[in-house]
Design a protein around this ligand. Sequence first.
Ligand code: SAM
Length: 376
Amino acid sequence: MTATAHYETPYGAFQLNCYPPRPNERLIAWCSADTLLLAETHRRRTPGSRILVVNDTYGALCIALEPQALWTDSALTVLALRQNERMNKRIQTPIVWSTAEPPLTPQLVVLRIPKQRPLFEYQLSQLARLLPQQTTVLAAGMDKHLSPHTAEILERYIGPTQRHRGQHKARIFSAIRDQRCAKKYRGTATYHCEALNAEVCSLANVFSREKLDMGTRFLLEKLPSSLQTETLIDLACGNGVLGLVALKRGIAARITFCDESAMALHSARLNAGRLFPQQTNDISFHQGDGLVAYRETQAQLILCNPPFHLQHTVDDFAGRHMLSQCSQHLQPGGQLYLVANRHLDYVPTLRHTFERVEKFASNTKFNIVLAQKARI
Ligand SMILES: C[S@@+](CC[C@H](N)C(=O)[O-])C[C@H]1O[C@@H](n2cnc3c(N)ncnc32)[C@H](O)[C@@H]1O
């Protein structure tokens, strides 16, 4: 069973769970960076209706603050938040996806500093354009994840920045918007993908945005050219490179790109629209926790390079959770090809739901696993 944890804040005590739920949960749904942000926000007495929260993880900030909106890239965060709002009978926080501009002008921005520096800079650059002078940005993160340049980056985009006390291995910064005008930072990167003979682009928070991932490259090398299907799902698609190559090779006629990240899906959409403008009716997109809420017809083929991080640590739970959903979204006889680092063994998980599971190819770093559903 997942343990619900009790979080004492200056705004009251709340019960919080992580998402997805995990037996014998090792993570808790907040960290001391959240605690520092809540203490400082409370000290300032800014009402929730004037606060914009950015990058909450499991909803600890929004549950306490009931802000005007949460600006986030992550569907997993929104699922965690909704579950915790229900549990604590809190109102639903409006969501603004990372690919849109927050439409409001808050009095205070409460921001968890993201792992990816391009995302951090992109968000600050957007905020700098929107925030009136004198607006405060409170930003916090755990020491071990913070860049030594955090204060400098905040100051470059927002204005005079103070590095406050650290507590419980976390640190908080405050920046006050002034009239400075930093260069606009888009965070979009492009690289040439040989398999597509084209450039692919990725927004700021997308996996392997500057070059093709080695595991993905290996899967593309080994994918049989004889494969021919009507329907394909590119699961955990990132910028969509696996699915796009499958389209180019004629492996699939119709394709769905799935990811939890708004920026990943937007990148896949941009790449698909540019490279296959004639096929846009055959291409769809699904943002969510893998295929949990996917209701379309079953596919014949799934390609996947599964996530291998949970927060900041390498962990196979996210991948196992995702792969356990695949079989029910495949037609009888349907196939899943996945690539994973050699030390992450998904074969036992797949054996629960697939008739045949085999190592299809390996090199010194990666395994490709082929799983086939029973034909019935
Ligand atoms: C290893 S990357 C692979 C990206 C892309 N397929 C490639 O090969 O470059 C894994 C992707 O899984 C996404 N992801 C992580 N957890 C997810 C979840 N629960 N549901 C859907 N996508 C998820 C991440 O946003 C990331 O884009």
